[in-house]
Design a protein around this ligand. Sequence first.
Ligand code: NAI
Ligand code: MG
Length: 394
Amino acid sequence: MARRTVVTMPGDGIGPSVLAQALRVLDAVGFDAEYVHGDVGWACWVNEGDALPERTIQLLAEHRLGLFGAITSKPKMQAALELRPELKGRGLAYSSPIVRMRQLFELDICVRPCRSFPGNPLNFVRHGPGGGMEEPRVDAVIFRQNTEGLYAGVEWTDPPAEVRASLALHPKFKPFSATAGRDLALSVRIVTRRACERIARAAFEHAERHGYRSVTVCEKPNVVRETSGMMEEAASQVAAEFPGIALRSVNIDAQMMWLTKNPEECGVIVATNLFGDVLSDAFAGLVGGLGFACSGNIGDEAAVFEPTHGSAPKYAALEPQIANPIAMILSAGMLLDHVGEAEKAARVRAAVARIVAEGRVRTYDMLRLPGGPAVVAQGAATTAQMADAILAAL
Ligand code: NAI
Ligand code: MG
């Protein structure tokens, strides 16, 4: 395997500490890579007026492979207030660097595996038939369209007159047409057939490669007829190319209800952006939550892997750091899979599985402790100690 260059973007808060631990794991598993640092996050916004500076975009354009920690973002007013004085009043607007990165590099396939590790005290349990408890083995992989849908960013409060006029072409706009300027907000759900087909195909290919027997499309085509309808149509077209894999269709709301009833029956799931975001957080909750939720943002030309958690600012300044590095380490494992290092990726997952099963080393979230400086004295492993244990298991 040729030596890889990975752009590391630690970001803010707990991002740098979990990313540092993931790099130790990649080294230990023998991944032959060079790492180049990319600035991203709140400090870039405050000092430069851009949370994703051009130099980081250039690094990604060059190397096309990234590991991202987490960033802090804040509401509009707060963002404007914290800008360096000389940058204020220049009309700079904060935008999320990870959302921008997905759009700039067309990272349209978001993959979020939610697999339970046996022995994780955070796994979902339910009452069994005989009054006992049972712990369903969850193994769902969510394929979320990552660049369109309700996150396309085409939105207005007080839409321009031309937009209102266009909306008036639709009979169903009538009840809203008299709503005054600032009282009307619109977020446009944009869906293209090409993107639907790409995410559906990615889901089916994953199912085929990894032995899942079905792909479930989770939309709401009976109400959101045009956009959810297009996703369903694309999924059934793609399904025809995969005769061995069943296509199921479940409405998003029904899926959330079924979530805790039979999560073990879900394999690969595909959805548009917002529904996919909701689904992946919901499934992550069944398998340990944010400390375990890994993800990949994948395009034809580039890919960036990241835990789904944010920067957990409350814990940013703690010494030692207490965040669970497993989500970040599993994201690094996904990067290994992506670059064709399946055997190394499997070793990383096996090491995590072993440490979770053994149960001697647990971060505060796994002990269900309220986070804070006291957790170490209460028996919680630090971020580094959890990584040490995983390294030893390797
Ligand atoms: P968050 O994910 O940062 O934290 C929520 C809570 O989850 C934390 O307070 C902590 O109790 C727990 N948690 C998160 N990661 C954990 C880990 N690795 N181990 C153990 N516990 C963990 O979400 P929150 O508080 O809503 O947002 C904080 C900041 O992060 C905000 O500025 C938000 O905009 C940003 N954010 C960034 C994301 C990204 O970088 N992709 C994603 C989500 C939020
Ligand atoms: Mg989310």
